[in-house]
Design a protein around this ligand. Sequence first.
Ligand SMILES: [Zn+2]
Length: 200
Amino acid sequence: MNKYPKSLENLIEAFSYLPSVGRKTAERYALYTFMRMEDYQITDFSNALLSLKKDIHICPSCGNISEEDLCKVCQDNTRNHRLILVVESIKDLYTIEALNSYKGIYHVLGGAISFSKGITTDNLNIESLEEKVKNGLVDEIILATNATIEGETTSRYIRELLKGYDVKITRIAHGLPVGGDISYLDEMTILKAMEGRREY
Ligand SMILES: [Zn+2]
């Protein structure tokens, strides 16, 4: 007997759609759902899933998620709309928003150029960024892609793409983490920290 009843198998398969969830974890989640969750929790869970695609869409201006036409950041007139922070993912945007100190707007690429994953510039939200720059709507672009090979490649691509335009392009500094001990850091972090050095 290696199969659960059909309804449970369906749920196991559904949980398996999630990244990093294999068969064993999916089984545990499905059994937990059946044995431990209250009826109202299961209803909340399924309603939340169903309303996700219905109520949320991608902001056409920046690539953030939104329940309205434009996202809350793009609608906010107190922010500097001529300063654009470029991030790889919506999660990165939320991480920076949580700091409550950045007052420009964002541009979400939806990933980074990756030869191994077959992600090219065609798969990323770059065209609309160039369009904004081309139309003279931007003073400064801050490249905040990850400090990985993919993130660096993507930032370099955008820098080259926008080189001919009248826009300031900066890259966030990567360096030693607070409390970081140099002897434990990887080569990339140390090199980046040296590159990002400032007058002291
Ligand atoms: Zn937006």
